[in-house]
Design a binder for this molecule. Sequence first.
Ligand code: ZN
Length: 215
Amino acid sequence: MAKQGVKRRGQRQVGDISGNGRPTDLGVLQSLVTEMLLALGEKPGRNGLLKTPERVAKALAFMTQGYHRDIDHLLNGALFPIEYDEMVIVKDIDFFSMCEHHLLPFYGRVHVGYLPNKKVVGLSKIPRIVDTFARRLQVQERLTVQIAETLKSKLNAHGVGVVVEARHLCMMMRGVEKQNTLAVTSSMLGAFRSQPQTRLEFLKLIRRGSVGDSD
Ligand SMILES: [Zn+2]
């Protein structure tokens, strides 16, 4: 079956990138899950569900741990001065997030490119920036813009491009029930926005097969 594409342009809604600073309240989450099971007509006391509230609370805390990560702390000591001024690309970064409208997962890949301005960031930090924003309640557009704006401002880069391709369980399991729809969002800043050839080079490089592929 052909892939259906939904292209959405990144809106410039960055939101609050600093997280919320409050610890996750596991106790409250657990009792809410018990109430939810009751509301669904289940019996929270039956064997299979006995530990479910605790498990769900822990899983939710894990999947939203990005609220407690600090970008400056993450980047501390990971920015290096350099004369290199060619495009840096990190592509096919897997991510898992949760849509804030249905609390259902959306997941896929992020591709990041930037043009350094006298400094670069350790490559391993880019997937960690992606995780920090992905592990919060999100919409795909805002996730895309937050990654791009953060790299642009923390690196003072000449330009940043971010493309996010994702499948949303809220579209696949309910609603329109489109199993093969890939939602694509992008955010292009600085030279990636103003110079078509820079943007094209980035888009061409992220579309090329992986190292070791035959194409
Ligand atoms: Zn949703």
